[in-house]
Design a protein around this ligand. Structure first.
Ligand code: UDP
Length: 252
C-alpha cells in the first residue's frame, strides 16, 4: 500500500521530470540520465546518472534538514531515481556560492582557476535559458521584482549556511566543494525552501587527494570538458558521502 498515487506529468526539465500525485502537498521528481551543458548545446545520455544524482541529492537534503535547513525534500521514491518533494513556486534565480574560482568566474574575471575566495562569493543569476541565465546586479534584481529586498538577504544567508554545512560534510570525506548552485521556492504558505537538486550536476567537487587538475574533477566538468568517466566520478561522490551519512529514507 503506497501513501500516494502518481498523477500526470507537470513539467519536464533538462535533467528531471516533475509529476503530480493525488496529494496536493506532494509531487514526485524523476531524475533523468540526460546530461546537458552550455545551455543545452551539448547533450548526452549517461546511464546511471539519474539514480546517482537522486541518491546524492536525497542524502544531502536529509543532511541539511537535520541541521535545521528547510528543504522541499520528503523522501526517496520506491525507484532509485525518484524522490518525493513538497510543491513550491520556484523563484527563477540560480544562487551560486563560490569558495574557489572556477568556470564562468575565470572566463569573466582575471582570476586563475583555484583562487581561494574568502569570504565566498555569492552570485545571483536570472534563470531563463532564452536569455542565457545572465548574472544579475542588485539593481536588475530589484527591477525584476522576483523577491523583496528582505527575501534577497534571507536567500543569501540561507545559501551561505548551506555552503558552510556542505563544505564541512564534503571535507570530512576528502572532497573540496569548489562552488555550487541552488534554487529556492516558496510554499503556498510563503515558507522559503531549498528546492531543485544538489548533486555533481550542480556542484564542483575536487578530490583533495589528487593533484592533477583534470583527474581531481568529480563533477559535471568531466562532461563539459569531455574528460570521460562522468558516471564513475558521480559514483565516487555517492560512495564517499555514504561513509559519512545514513541511508536516505524511502517515503511511505
Ligand atoms: N551551475 C548549475 N546550473 C547552471 C549554471 C551553473 O548548476 O545553469 C553550477 C555549476 O555546476 C557550478 C556553479 O553553478 O557548480 C557555478 O557555475 P559557473 O557560473 O561557473 O558556470 P559554468 O562554468 O558551469 O558555465
Amino acid at each position: 500500500m503506497t501513501a500516494f498515487q502518481l498523477g500526470p506529468l507537470l513539467h519536464e526539465g533538462k535533467a528531471k521530470r516533475v509529476h503530480a500525485t493525488d496529494r496536493s502537498d506532494l509531487v514526485a521528481v524523476e531524475y533523468k540520465d540526460d546530461a546537458t551543458a552550455f545551455n543545452a548545446l551539448k547533450k548526452a545520455s549517461l546511464p546511471g546518472k539519474g539514480t546517482l544524482n537522486c541518491q546524492i541529492s536525497a542524502l544531502l537534503f536529509e543532511h541539511l534538514a537535520g541541521l535545521g535547513i528547510p528543504t522541499h525534500y520528503m523522501g526517496l521514491g520506491e525507484s532509485a531515481n525518484w524522490m518525493l518533494v513538497r510543491p513550491v513556486r520556484v523563484i527563477p534565480l540560480e544562487v551560486v556560492i563560490r569558495n574557489l574560482a572556477a568556470g564562468s568566474l575565470c572566463r569573466e574575471l582575471p582570476l586563475p582557476p583555484g583562487t581561494p575566495l574568502d569570504p565566498p562569493l555569492c552570485d545571483l543569476y536570472y534563470k531563463d535559458d532564452a536569455y542565457g541565465d545572465p548574472l544579475l546586479t542588485e539593481a536588475r534584481l530589484e527591477r525584476l521584482q522576483l523577491v523583496t529586498p528582505e527575501q534577497r538577504l534571507q536567500i543569501e544567508a540561507l545559501a551561505r549556511r548551506v555552503n558552510d554545512e556542505l563544505r564541512r560534510l564534503f571535507d570530512s570525506v576528502g572532497l573540496l566543494l569548489v562552488d555550487f548552485k541552488i534554487e529556492l521556492g516558496f510554499t503556498g504558505a510563503g515558507e522559503l525552501l531549498l528546492a531543485d537538486e544538489i548533486s555533481p550536476d550542480t556542484c564542483r567537487l575536487w578530490d583533495q587527494a589528487v593533484a592533477d587538475s583534470q583527474d581531481r574533477i568529480l563533477d559535471k566538468d568531466r562532461f563539459r570538458q569531455d574528460l570521460g568517466g562522468v558516471v564513475e566520478a558521480y559514483g565516487q561522490v555517492l560512495k564517499r558521502l555514504q561513509q559519512a551519512c545514513p541511508e536516505p529514507t524511502v517515503y511511505r
